[in-house]
Design a protein around this ligand. Structure first.
Ligand SMILES: C[S@@+](CC[C@H](N)C(=O)[O-])C[C@H]1O[C@@H](n2cnc3c(N)ncnc32)[C@H](O)[C@@H]1O
Length: 205
């Protein structure tokens, strides 16, 4: 089964609160976004945002330029339906991030639980090239992945598990590590999923 089919099936067959990665309040993501110091006029992208509630909170906080990208059109439609008219204030992009060619730049690139699905070096290279082109000169990157001690699969797919040091190496020398936090996420079925969240800034020339 290809990636898109996998994710469309997951979203077609599972209600949001039953998704294993579901968070009603993405506290750590919001804290890290705040820590970037991004202005309300800044541009943010939630890569692989799916039907995450992060976008709801960003709109509540009056961010004016929010983009949500996901491979699953079903997930994006669900997020739009939840937001109602507020969805018109968001840019929605349905694509595989490894095929994404950004036409603009973003001040914050946020990814929770997407990069870790890229188990092929070629896909990670494409992701990093895209991110490198898409993040503005003073931009920030926030990536959350499974930690070393997490299960080897997520949503039934194999994942690469990271430490902050390994993730810093993986995203390349254009970004400078700033800080990392751990989070022990509990799935609706009670499985523990240790995550790391890392924040980076673009390296100054
Ligand atoms: C584990 S879920 C996390 C969703 C969301 N970031 C959150 O934290 O609630 C992974 C998400 O990434 C999307 N995804 C997986 N692979 C992708 C890819 N190659 N390009 C874009 N989106 C992808 C899936 O459709 C799904 O919405």
């Amino acid at each position: 089964m290809d990636r898109k089919t996998h994710w469309e099936d997951v979203y077609r067959t599972t209600a949001s609160p039953a998704l294993e990665w579901y968070q009603a309040h993405p506290t750590l993501s919001l804290n890290l976004i705040q820590a970037t110091g991004i202005q309300k006029t800044g541009r943010l992208i939630d890569v692989g945002g799916g039907d995450s509630t992060l976008v709801d909170h960003l709109l509540e906080q009056q961010f004016g330029h929010v983009t949500v990208l996901d491979i699953s059109g079903v997930a994006l439609e669900r997020a739009k339906a939840r937001l109602g008219d507020r969805a018109n204030h968001v840019t929605w992009i349905e694509t595989d991030v490894t095929d994404f060619h950004s036409t603009g730049t973003y001040d914050v690139w946020h990814d929770r639980a997407v990069f870790h699905f890229l188990t092929e070096a070629e896909d990670r290279e494409k992701y990093c090239e895209t991110m490198n082109r898409a993040v503005s000169a003073h931009g920030h990157v926030i990536i959350a992945t499974f930690a070393y001690e997490a299960p080897p699969t997520c949503s039934g797919l194999p994942v690469v598990r990271y430490s902050p040091e390994f993730l810093t190496l993986a995203i390349g020398s254009n970004f400078v590590f700033i800080e990392s936090f751990e989070e022990l996420h509990t799935t609706p079925e009670g499985t523990k999923q240790p995550f790391i969240y890392c924040r980076f800034t673009r390296r100054k020339p």
